[in-house]
Design a protein around this ligand. Sequence first.
Ligand code: DC
Length: 214
Amino acid sequence: MSSLRVIAIDGPAGAGKSTVARALAQRLGLEYLDTGAMYRAVTFAALRRGIALDDTAAVADLAASIDLVVGDDGVVVDGVDATAAIRTPEVTRSVAPVASNSAVRAELVTRQRQWARLRGGGVLEGRDIGTVVFPDASLKLYLTASPRTRAERRVAEAGGDVDEIEAAIATRDLADSTRADSPLREADGSVVVDTTGMSIVEVLDHIEALLRTT
Ligand code: DC
């Protein structure tokens, strides 16, 4: 694993992980994997098939059997484009029990490691990349920002009421950081980047400076 060039980016919802990961991958000539999209895709597939999200065995079977392609252009689940469908409020509200299903996590972590191995590395973004998936990554970043800033970014992207979105983000943060399996936390040796008040270019320049010194 240590011969791979992996950059791990973790942090709470709305911290700017996807934007930063995508742009950083482009700057470095690496590919980028949004692992949250994988948990969303399993959730979407379960909802579509009418599988109860608290039926841990059925959801685990589904995760092991679906054909899942998460690429730069979108997400394809069993041959069907699910790029927009995995971002609906219904999926966002429903993802927590899927993300706390240990068998689902084991399956998706295996796929994430395979993805990186096939490419000699990459930029992976999620909640447990530096703690579980690639604890020996070349660089481990923990991106964060104030809850208000994170809510304001979501509103700028997709509209909505900032107070409601801030409350929803706080609920998801709590679920992500208190679950038993692979809770969101800063990995040992990770560099915390608080992006509050920083532009995307400032964040990228800061990370590139970190890469030069590691
Ligand atoms: O980053 P996102 O909002 O698309 O992630 C969706 C959910 O998936 C999030 O609430 C937590 C979960 N997730 C996870 O548990 N582990 C990951 N590596 C990525 C996401």
